[in-house]
Design a protein. Structure first.
Length: 323
């Protein structure tokens, strides 16, 4: 059995060689939260917040238990031999999904990328092939297709960043292997999809030069080196700059705050209706980045609480053993 998160959350049946889709956004959110903490208990409170956020129903614990039972039954139907030893069990005031790490497609992806990175200089052609194979594990956006709380959002953001890094290494290996002709169109698509990613622009410039298109390469390089101009005066809307600075200050405050996760108030697109050109795109990118960092903060807080509980548990065990 394989667990898949590089796209919509899914379970892959190795025996029947078929992908089993999870029904409903809550089921996908539950599966995603358990998978990103594979082998570790996820507290009930975190799972409730992951599924319902601040709008949890009155009997959220019972509702969560029903979702867990359905997911456990689905796993047992795929592996009848584990009926008495289910993968999904209750533990430490929460639930844990048990499986080997290599059952997760994201782990397979990371292993293949790490192996390929070591080969980029010595055997770029083989490295490019291996990286294409690793990137072929992706079926869409990470953990897509369901409502996502802090755990899944933070994991998805990390995976998407890893995917961009792997794409960068794949393009580098292909360039080293002399595959610049085949790479130009792919790099043009990457630059269009990720305009603030300078590595793709530099690689596109190199590929264009090697294809005998120096003029186009120069234009691409100039777009990397030319900083975005910030309009001054009345059209610059100083109030927008002030809001961005306040949003930047709000995030560290949210990190220090205790209790329930806090999302800072970030200016939305309507606040920049008169923004023009690259400044408008940069503002939108900053807004998304602040939201992503907030989600990462939520996940870090949860992980720190889990580690603190584990340390305390081990400390108690040592004291009992020494008594």
């Amino acid at each position: 059995m394989q667990f898949r998160v590089l796209g919509p959350p899914a379970i892959y049946d190795d025996v029947k060689q078929r992908s089993v889709q999870l029904t409903g956004p809550k089921q996908r959110a539950l599966f995603g939260a358990l998978v990103v903490r594979l082998g570790s208990p996820v507290p009930t409170e975190e799972l409730i917040y992951e599924l319902w956020g601040s709008s949890a129903p009155d009997k959220a614990g019972n509702a969560l238990q029903a979702h867990v039972s359905r997911l456990r039954q689905q796993l047992i139907e795929l592996e009848p031999s584990r009926a008495n030893t289910p993968r999904l069990v209750a533990r430490a005031s929460g639930y844990v999904l048990q499986a080997r790490p290599d059952a997760l497609d994201s782990v397979q992806f990371r292993l293949q990328v790490a192996r390929a990175k070591r080969m980029v200089e010595s055997d770029p052609q083989a490295a490019a092939l291996m990286l294409r194979k690793a990137l072929g594990l992706w079926r869409g956006r990470a953990l897509d297709g369901g409502s996502r709380g802090p755990l899944c959002s933070a994991a998805a953001a990390r995976l998407e960043e890893e995917r961009l890094v792997a794409l960068g290494y794949m393009c580098e290996a292909a360039l080293r292997a002399g595959q610049h002709q085949q790479l130009v169109h792919h790099l043009e698509e990457l630059v269009a999809a990720h305009p603030y990613h300078p590595r793709f622009k530099e690689q596109l410039a190199v590929a264009l030069e090697r294809c005998g298109r120096p003029g186009e390469a120069r234009v691409v390089r100039e777009s990397v080196q030319r900083p975005s101009a910030a309009p001054a005066g009345p059209t610059g809307r100083p109030g927008n700059v002030r809001m961005l600075r306040e949003a930047g200050r709000a995030w560290p405050e949210a990190v220090r705050a205790g209790g329930a996760p806090v999302t800072p108030q970030v200016p939305g697109p309507e606040d920049f209706a008169d923004g023009v050109g690259s400044q408008g795109h940069e503002i939108a990118r900053l807004r998304v980045r602040v939201e992503e960092l907030t989600q990462v903060q939520h996940a870090l807080r949860s992980e720190m609480e889990r580690l603190a509980a584990l340390v305390e548990e081990r400390s108690l065990t040592r004291r009992k053993d020494s008594a």
